[in-house]
Design a protein. Sequence first.
Length: 263
Amino acid sequence: MLSARNLRFAYGALPVLRGVSLDAASGEVCGLFGPNGCGKTTLFRCCLGLLRAKADALTVDGHAIASLPPAQRARLMAYVPQEHTPPFPLLVRDVVMLGRTPYLGLLGRATTEDRRIVGDTLEWIGLADLAARPYDRLSGGQRQLVLIARAVAQRTPVILLDEPASGLDFHNQVRIWGVLRSLAHAGTAVVCCSHDPNHVAWFCDRVVVMQAGAVVAQGTPAEALTGATLDRLYPGDWDLTSADNVPVILPRAVTAARRSARP
């Protein structure tokens, strides 16, 4: 559904993406994983057509992204940023209605169908009781779910999310990943950045590991998040354990402290 081949991008003379290739298929959650500054957000902006990259191919649903007008791109890809502050104190239902913008007519008026989609989306994500609340008065987890609802209301086959669970409490992290898994189950191609190796190991079908603007590993979590890959990104900083046969990646300082505390 979303495909890049040998994608390159530079800010002036500074190369940021160095020959990135990846595929994100319908019905799967694809996680982009890597340290700060490795190029994940720039890659998103290139895929969305906000930055003009060089590539052998960069397509969504078989269409060359560079050739698509903005309105058509917005009908194929939705984007959820880490944080969003609306310029006006919008209600939750109005923020979600912004996802219908690519489909509004010349007068920009929402139709009965647009309102139905917004209502159904709020109900599905569990935000119907917040529809009339001001968006800027919600908690961080609630605001993030509203942004995801806006993207879902956009009805695109691809959704890209930049650190969707960053800074949220455990309950909201699990809730958001559950929504993303449900979207993939419904056939959406979900692509999300994450700094948490456990999140991509637990919730993603496919992982693309980046370092210094290049892909250093990709595949299933078991194939991509190997000891060699983690050592390359975080030498000496991690240990691997498991709980009920589920892999858990811990900071090495934690496991060292636990060993030293044993009698």
